[in-house]
Design a protein around this ligand. Structure first.
Ligand code: ATP
Length: 202
């Protein structure tokens, strides 16, 4: 190796995406059971995948615009958006859902942005992973978060990314609202609640 020119060594390190072989097994990964024999393109999107295209639920403007007054006087208005609902797509069926439809079984993990709980979606009797990400009033962070969620949803056809079922935006009245430096009292804590397929059981 020592006397090989750089050019040769570099070409030996060049790597490609794995290409599907005849039985659709890629680098040790097997097709998901829900998609037997599906064909896969180079980015891992299963042709004819039954995973639906997803979209973000609408977020109340008050939640993403820090210039909107969120003092106690405006509290009633904001509370009206608290029972926000989202759409879930599980096994080809669409469900309207709120957080009341979920039964918490317990925490299964924590990431950089929030906690993940195992829950049962009662209407479909499906065990799901629920990630709660605390939202912020920081405009830049909000934008970043929405971009991340958008990527998760656009990647939903990729078989190597855990299947995303849907999301909702939830606001909870806090007993001790934080006081921001500009003097604004924010009596609500906002969360993104994201539901996805549970990839292992505990
Ligand atoms: N769909 C799932 N099924 C089962 N367990 C999960 C699922 N999603 C997350 N977890 C568990 O929760 C932990 C934290 O997940 P999370 O997605 O928050 O991690 P992360 O990608 O490191 O986080 P972040 O994107 O916030 O930095 C994981 O390490 C895993 O143990």
């Amino acid at each position: 190796m020592a006397d090989q020119p750089n050019q040769v060594r570099r070409s030996m390190l060049k790597m490609d995406f794995p290409v599907p072989n005849s039985n659709n097994s890629i680098g040790g990964f097997r097709p998901l059971p829900s998609q037997p024999g599906a064909t896969i393109d180079k980015l891992g999107a299963a042709a004819g995948s039954n995973r639906p295209k997803m979209s973000l639920p609408t977020v109340p403007k008050s939640a993403i615009d820090p210039t909107i007054d969120r003092t106690r006087d405006s509290r009633f208005k904001i509370c009206q958006s608290m029972n926000s609902s989202g759409k879930l797509q599980i096994d080809g069926k669409t469900y309207d859902f709120t957080s009341d439809d979920l039964q918490d079984i317990g925490e299964i993990g924590r990431g950089g942005f929030g906690t993940v709980n195992k829950m049962v979606h009662r209407k479909s009797n499906t065990v799901v992973a629920v990630k709660r990400i605390r939202s912020t009033v920081d405009e830049k962070e909000q934008k970043q978060l929405l971009m991340d969620l958008d990527v998760v949803m656009k990647s939903n056809e990729c078989r190597y990314i855990v299947q995303f079922y849907g999301a909702l935006f939830k606001e909870v009245v806090t007993s001790q609202p934080p006081l921001y430096s500009n003097g604004t009292v924010v009596p609500l804590t906002s969360y993104w609640v994201m539901l996805s397929c549970l990839f292992c059981t505990f």
